[in-house]
Design a protein around this ligand. Structure first.
Ligand code: ZN
Ligand code: ZN
Length: 216
């Protein structure tokens, strides 16, 4: 028995594959992580599901419709939309059941109905023959108040600014620096001036005896 991993695409023996706890599909073990929330080390999640668990996608398929209705809601109570228009708003296709089944347009809070319910709108009438749906605004939902937007508004935390007060260097550092300067000065005067307490030679003396021309 072999199967293809839905993430890396490798075809492997099912012995090397595990079923994802969330999407119930088979993946290779390399593309899975243990579902730490369960505490069961054999419970695995595929990387797709693990990502969704860690950072849930705030945008649903119908969020385009939600934001459109929210926007229309600020100046109108009734909106008639063709199915094709909705396809455009959600940048996707409505499922076939939306074309065939009137129940799909019911206002029960299921995943797709949230597309209009979350905006404060309800389906008033649907005409499957014409492919047109009429939404009616039932309550006010403040514009731009999605879960995503809410998470973005955080209490203002000012960036830490370094205090303008000049930082005083430590006394040890200062004394070390002074000691170094003094040493440097001493070295300079030593190389220039008398060595081992001797008076520096005159120009005449220097001409007489050059240290690198030692007598043999
Ligand atoms: Zn894989
Ligand atoms: Zn999965």
């Amino acid at each position: 028995m072999k199967d293809e991993c839905g993430i890396c695409g490798r075809v492997l023996s099912t012995r090397y594959m595990r079923r994802c706890q969330r999407c119930k599909r088979l993946f290779c073990r390399d593309c899975m992580v243990p579902d730490v929330a369960t505490g069961d080390p054999t419970a695995m999640l595929c990387l797709h599901c693990a990502k969704r668990v860690v950072s849930p996608v705030s945008k649903s398929k119908y969020s385009g419709l939600t934001s459109y209705l929210r926007f229309r809601g600020s100046f109108t109570q009734l909106v008639k939309l063709s199915f094709a228009r909705i396809d455009g708003l959600i940048s996707s296709n409505l499922p076939m059941s939306a074309y065939r089944d009137e129940a799909w347009w019911s206002n029960s809070p299921n995943a797709h109905a949230k597309g209009w319910l979350d905006a404060g709108w309800e389906v008033q009438e649907v005409n499957l023959k014409e492919g047109v749906v009429t939404f009616k605004k039932v309550r006010d939902v403040p514009f731009k108040k999605s879960r995503h937007a809410k998470s973005e508004i955080k209490p203002f935390t000012p960036v830490r600014v370094r205090s303008s007060k000049p930082k005083m260097p430590s006394k040890t550092k200062v004394s070390k620096l002074y000691a170094r300067i003094k040493n440097l000065e001493r070295q300079r005067t030593a190389s220039r001036g008398s060595i081992r307490g001797l008076k520096s030679r005159s120009r005449y003396e220097k001409r007489l005896f050059k240290p690198d021309e030692r007598p043999q």
